[in-house]
Ligand binder design. Sequence first.
Ligand SMILES: *Cc1c(COP(=O)(O)O)cnc(C)c1O
Length: 583
Amino acid sequence: MVGTEDTTPQVSTSHFAFDSQATIAYFCMEIALEPGMPTYSGGLGVLAGDTLRAAADLGLPIIGVTLLYRNGYFRQHLDEAGNQTESPVQWLPEQFLEPLNAKASVAIEGRRVFVKAWRYVIRGESGHGVTVYFLDTDLPENEDWDRTLTDNLYGGDAHYRFCQEAILGLGGIAILSSLGHERIQTYHMNEGHSALLVLGLLEKQMSGRGLGAATVADKETVRSRCVFTTHTPVSAGHDRFSLDLVSQVLGEEIANAIISMDGAADDLLNMTLLALSFSHHINGVAMRHRQVSRQLFPRYDIDAITNGVHAFTWTSLPFIRLFDRHIPQWRRDNFHLRYAMSIPPEEVRAAHREAKREFFAQVRQRNGVDFDLDVFTIGFARRAAIYKRPALLFSDIERLQKIVSSVGPLQVVYGGKAHPHDEAAKEQIRKVFEAADALQDSVRVIYIEDYDIALARYFCSGVDLWLNTPEKPYEASGTSGMKAALNGVPSLSVLDGWWLEGHIEGVTGWAIGTDAPDEDNVEDELESMYGKLEKVILPLFYKQPDRFAEVMRSTAAYNGSFFNTQRMLIQYMRNIYRLDHQP
Ligand SMILES: *Cc1c(COP(=O)(O)O)cnc(C)c1O
């Protein structure tokens, strides 16, 4: 291991009482920081970025650790039939990140794979900086294949993926030492991808005595420093690797340690089990998700902290101006968004119309389509995944046509990339294109290519209704509806994830189906969705615009003030990091 230079951990200007050098290390496979850095695929990465932004605002001494991804998470191309193809994103890390000299190494298949880090500093609202390290193996001293290990997010086969997770977990621990971060109190595994870090910590704890000699007390020492947030509500979604692969890549000693420490089941390393077994605090990302996670992992005590979004990042310019005028403290203290209730509805409507105009300018620029500002517009954008059922809205084309002819016109905008190997999700995108054809003369439906955080800011604020149709209980939380809510855009959504908490019927939006934890009958869900569009939502929009503006206002006030990462991080600090327990 080649420890060289770097940095004393930054001095914190925090409002909380703790050692300014004590630090939380927040590990995540993907972190979304700014447009132009394609280092994320979807909700998990956006949440990680929003969390660290809120930490910068609050002056929390946290550092982020993730991988660099030189090829980016691909650029999406859609042909006329909706067939998706992909190409790498060209980006230059040196335009965004500062390369550091420190190096560390991880033993992979008996080779030393060297890792370096690039630094990004997030400046918070009060000027406090939060550092994020992007790990990189593209170094001349590495063999060709090892140099590609930090190229592709969620790319390659199980072997590639496992080596990547070794770089993130083991490489992450090693490089933090090389960088001089010796006083980290808490390691936060945000999802299971980084769980190998517990073995890195245990190795340090054993100082060369070998993992096989670890005692219960050694393991407890590591446990006292680790916390884990699970994001996946079904067991098939948890990362697993064969123990043969683990032995091949990391050696027999590590494979045996994993088995003896409850990290494996059925001859598979389960990254979630490993993280659970080594964490003293575990949480799910919404109340329902805790319930589902407890059923999956009954041996563990699982808490819940519901996700949020970074309010300032996701508020459109027209709403920033509106909030600045009426509730100027909202940026510093997001709870002030609650007082959006006192903003005159006409002003909410005017700000929304402006946001809608800005989004429609994007629509024109990207798809060459002129959307009508006066027409009710539904938005649906997120990773294209089968459980999110993007084409559910088009299950009954005739019903939609009937609604439009009896109540009023409708426009629909879609966005979202399918994982390159996910043929079923790609098929869903084609289905949206087929529906667009079938509805040609009655409803304008478009799909915008290459959904990303830059587009999302316009998208979530520039429609009249945010649609979400996940299959229960697969939506652990969901966050895009929170972005919409900040901009006064109500949701029409299946009662799963955060929406069980954010939904007040007719006040913050509308529910599809029931709040039962099990799947609803699809026929009932369709009836609920179409029925509300036809009898409640479209009539409200077209016949009672003042009432619709009141719904927009209460959506922002109730859900903007709560479903943000400022509130979320305060809960992490109190309940999980236990920062307020420090002397
Ligand atoms: C917010 C966001 C997501 C998450 O959307 P969900 O509806 O919560 O799945 C995905 N992708 C991008 C680009 C986002 O900004």
